[in-house]
Design a protein around this ligand. Structure first.
Ligand SMILES: Nc1ncnc2c1ncn2[C@@H]1O[C@H](COP(=O)(O)OP(=O)(O)OP(=O)(O)O)[C@@H](O)[C@H]1O
Ligand SMILES: [Mg+2]
Length: 233
């Protein structure tokens, strides 16, 4: 079981988009996935349920995309998550959230200099929780190459502070990615999405997550989330 936490201490950087996309991608590849939507906003859980879906705190359900979902700030402890190959936690953009989970990987979408500057103060706390740190410049557009260059330099500096951290290729500003919430679909399934650079770039990040998580174990999937959830009470 591999735990991925998606975090950035700035709203709107792309956490829920990446968390939901990574869950869809891993499920498509045969992983047993639990997506924990720990942000009260609950975007990734709502998208996992379907377009215009409604969710309530502590809801647990199976997504039509083939993974289990928990909408709660109480991330179950690791020993209760052994039924899953991959657990993805979509965290809110607040410093305290760092202490809610001890992940194998912190995935940090960075949509600009502010996202990096706001997140720097919590890197030390993240390091104390363990886990590899992975930065992903997000929403990079042609006009903003200068901005991306500045962001990349900032990320390089942060990586020197945090040995072992990694910066992946940028995800471009992309209509296919922007439509994820509207259609409740990963970017490679949104209208006109499959052939876009945005969808391809998100897939690269998802493939990186899968490679880090290792191959899924050959076992039968738990029948319902409720079976597993009963042990969390
Ligand atoms: N690469 C991208 N290109 C275009 N739009 C994007 C991209 N990544 C994310 N977005 C859009 O940016 C907005 C914020 O994304 P998202 O909800 O994933 O961010 P978040 O970090 O989870 O925000 P919050 O802190 O509010 O939970 C959404 O409308 C999403 O569609
Ligand atoms: Mg979000």
């Amino acid at each position: 079981m591999y735990i991925l936490a998606v975090i950035v201490r700035k709203g709107g950087a792309g956490k829920s988009t990446l968390a939901f996309s990574a869950a869809c991608d891993a499920a498509e590849h045969g992983y047993r996935v639990l997506l924990v939507s720990a942000d009260p906003q609950g975007d990734s859980a709502r998208w996992a349920k379907g377009p215009d879906a409604r969710i309530r705190p502590d809801d647990r359900f199976e997504s039509p995309h083939g993974f289990s979902v928990l909408y709660s700030a109480n991330v179950p402890p690791a020993d209760e998550l052994t039924a899953y190959d991959l657990v993805i936690v979509d965290l809110p953009p607040v410093a305290e959230a760092v202490m809610w989970v001890r992940p194998h990987m912190w995935l940090m979408p960075m949509d600009g200099r502010n996202a990096l500057e706001d997140t720097l103060p919590i890197l030390r706390a993240m390091r104390s929780q363990g886990g590899k740190m992975v930065f992903v410049p997000n929403k990079a557009d042609a006009a903003g190459m200068g901005t991306e260059q500045v962001l990349r330099e900032g990320i390089q500096a942060a990586m020197r502070l945090q040995p072992g951290s990694v910066c992946l290729d940028s995800i471009p500003d992309s209509a296919a990615v922007a439509r994820v919430g509207e259609y409740a679909l990963p970017p490679w399934k949104t209208p006109y999405g499959p052939k876009t650079l945005g969808a391809a770039a998100v897939r690269v990040v998802c493939a990186y997550v899968r490679a880090a998580a290792g191959k899924p174990k050959a076992r039968t999937k738990p029948k319902t989330t409720a079976n597993v959830a009963s042990r969390w009470r």
